[in-house]
Write a protein that binds this ligand. Sequence first.
Ligand code: HEC
Length: 122
Amino acid sequence: MRFFFLGLIAVSVCVVSRTSFTTPEAMAVDLEKASTYNKDVLPILESNCFSCHNAKKKKAGIDLQSGFAGVQKIVKPSSPDDSKLFKCLIGKGAKLMPPKSPLDEKQIATVKAWIAAGAKEK
Ligand code: HEC
């Protein structure tokens, strides 16, 4: 009987530690799956970047409003750390964007996950 309880405790410890290990990974995968250009990334750019990066006001020669091609120019698919679009959001390796009101962590994570997943248009 005593062994039965010891066994039960051992099993529950395993289950609990396994759960706590897999949860953050599972969340990261969810975020990657959830990040699509039109649904997740475009609205962020629209409200935070278009005002300065459009066809008329092309700051730094970058037009993000006129279509996906403009966005592609500052993205290296699957490599957020080599993408200006991600580097400028954290202000490392590029000027911090938007200049005066940085995005929140969740928005930055959304853009990063989208680039990491291949930066697909659809
Ligand atoms: C208030 C205007 C404004 C907003 C809003 C803004 N930008 Fe910029 N952006 C600029 C200006 C001005 C520059 C040129 C900076 C310089 O060279 O001093 C620039 C430059 C850049 C660069 C080149 C940076 C570099 O170091 O090479 C990138 C990439 C960029 N912006 C992306 C974005 C993104 C993405 C957003 C939205 C998240 C954004 N910008 C929002 C004005 C803005």
